[in-house]
Design a protein around this ligand. Sequence first.
Ligand SMILES: Nc1ncnc2c1ncn2[C@@H]1O[C@H](COP(=O)(O)OP(=O)(O)OP(=O)(O)O)[C@@H](O)[C@H]1O
Length: 322
Amino acid sequence: MLEVTHLSRCYGDFKAVNGVSFTIGNGEIVGLLGHNGAGKTTIMKMLSGYLEPDTGSVQIDGLDMAKQPKTLQRQLGYLPENLPVYGEMRVADYLDYAACLKGLDGREKIDEIRRAIKATELADKLHARIHTLSRGYKQRVGVAQAILGRPRLLILDEPTNGLDPTQTRQMRALIKDIAREATVILSTHIMQEVEALCDRVLIIHRGQLAVDEKLDNLRRANSIMLETSATDAREVLGRLGQEEGIEQIEPLKPAGTFRIALGEGTNQRSTCAVIARTLIEAGGEIYRLQPEQRDLESLFRQVNETNPTAQQKQQEALEDAA
Ligand SMILES: Nc1ncnc2c1ncn2[C@@H]1O[C@H](COP(=O)(O)OP(=O)(O)OP(=O)(O)O)[C@@H](O)[C@H]1O
């Protein structure tokens, strides 16, 4: 459905998005996660055709955004980070205007506006001027314009930003509902949002795609965290090999910390016992040996630990020098 290939974009000398590629199938809900400034909004602007990539391409059902932007923009709905809703306009007038921009007219336009109003529960606010609405209602107006014309691809930049818990719950229910008919890609800083809504997560780190993982796989992942005085644990444990189900031993910082990835079906407890015995026999001390908690939050932390920012690298260099 959506195919993104080697997408890059600079602002001046600064590379905000660097060689990002992924594909999204029909009906998926995909979460785009990343720290402030990671490049999420820039990616979403390129997906929606509002910003041209320097290199790379965006294709929807085989059509290229660079070649047929108008055709494709009519098939997608976009909720930008900062809603470009015109404060002086009344909600009904704005939706009428947005429907015209999408090429809707006549009976179809009226039906679509009605459907969007119903889905976003905006009926009570139709005659209100947009600038008088609360943040949550403004967000609903943004979503209403995004779903006009039943887009097959919906791009939502921080859809629950600034909403209270009740509004957030309603917005998530609405997104789930919309996703029954459309593919959805949404950006957020909120891990629970991804866990509550998405089938899959893409984590962007400094403009690059660091993780592309289905949430089901993430939950199933099987690994052990080890902290030991034996900084050569990789060699010591490497001898155990595949028989104990050990697939990979990844050294982390600080020295003596390792992530041990296990094969499918390996029993973590018995492998932990073998690891402990082997290290102690080799004269090592064990400070931590436990199955790794694999949730989105720990994966996000791990991405940032293993891909430090320039500032973190500088801090580490200073600490090493001291
Ligand atoms: N118009 C612009 N001119 C110059 N730099 C920009 C521009 N827009 C974005 N940037 C920079 O590009 C980088 C990526 O910005 P972007 O808005 O895509 O990040 P983001 O992941 O959406 O961040 P946030 O979560 O804070 O919204 C940031 O360093 C930002 O300062």
